[in-house]
Ligand binder design. Sequence first.
Ligand code: ADP
Length: 334
Amino acid sequence: MAITQSDIENALLPLINPVPIAQIDGDIVTLMLEIDPAKANEAEPLRQKIEQTLLSLIGVKKAQIILTAHKDFQADKPQMKQPPARENLKPAGVKHIICVASGKGGVGKSTVAASLAMALQQSGLKVGLMDADIYGPSVPKLFALESFKANFTGGKLAPAEAKGLKLMSIGFLVDGEAPMIWRGPMIQSALRQFLQDVDWGALDVLVVDMPPGTGDAQLTMAQKVPLSGAIIVSTPQDIALIDARKAIEMFKKTDVPILGLIENMSYHICENCGHESHIFGHDGAKHTAEKNNIPFLGAIPLEANIRLSSDQGELTPHELFKNVVKSLVEKLAT
Ligand code: ADP
């Protein structure tokens, strides 16, 4: 039986908390463990215990535990009178992090995140795309990288590279077909690893495809990562907009600048007669943007070609993104 992240988490929780996300490659499990440099002598016995525990699990033949020591390790520090500085998970070489969020799933958030990353790259910037949507990772499919597996090299996870972008997704670490059950701490641990343990190198912009909704994972990103801004994607239906408003509220409360709202699957143009039909209503997102005093970045039609090309790993950014990139670059420069 194939081993899963939940099996690993359940087995290791008595030893380490939070349990880092493991790379599972058939029956080989690789785990990267951050240790306190001041307690380096305790690391080896712990490493051995973790290794033995993993090897005792059905479906694990080989366990590799890589120890890394971060200078700014925070756990186990004595309690200070002053509140400790806010944890900052921003990777060192990354200038700006922009997240693409939505109140609910299936509105095209991943399609927008990938299009935005490609359009930014095409404008001459160095860009990465981090697929934080661990419930339904889309990056492997969007970039035709379903069989790519990320490897640890030199203590860091090497991202995939495609279309000039650096890419990381949970889909590069675990088998795409295996069902995954994620608990709050695991999601936060995955996000932390994606930001801190991936060799992003020097990037102008890291675009983050957020998980849908406004739960723990989104709050972690909003609170622990200095985000240059958030883009919110919604469809024009009332129901999606109610959730989009929740996302707007969350970013406002955590002082993350909202760069704008994009309405996806906005209208449909008949391939035969050119007639424009507003299947899910009209201008809902535009009104929501106006009411909440945030920029409306534009509307993307519901087009069979967008779905077909994204399913085949051949997505090209909708024209709208040229303007979006222009206004973003201006905003980020100020
Ligand atoms: P989310 O990340 O919000 O769950 P996705 O980006 O994965 O949504 O999109 C969900 C599905 O809708 C995908 O199959 C995608 O190809 C399709 N899709 C997204 N935007 C459009 C669009 N404008 N027109 C047609 N299909 C779209």
